[in-house]
Ligand binder design. Structure first.
Ligand SMILES: [Zn+2]
Length: 56
């Protein structure tokens, strides 16, 4: 498994509290491929590589 930054992939992070360290990149693994779902008027962005989720 690739090295990650220790984010909990079971948790849904919030962009307000956890803005992207590098815009458009996953904070956990640095990946740039995401899957987006709409929910509660927000986008849930899930990293395709490590599965980290963030509400944007
Ligand atoms: Zn990731």
């Amino acid at each position: 498994m690739d090295k990650t930054n220790g984010y909990d992939i079971e948790k849904i992070y919030n962009y307000d509290e956890y803005p992207d360290v590098h815009s458009g990149r996953c904070d956990n693994c640095g990946g740039s491929h995401f899957e987006s779902k709409v929910g509660d008027g927000k986008f849930l962005r899930e990293c395709r590589k490590c599965g980290m989720k963030k509400l944007i």
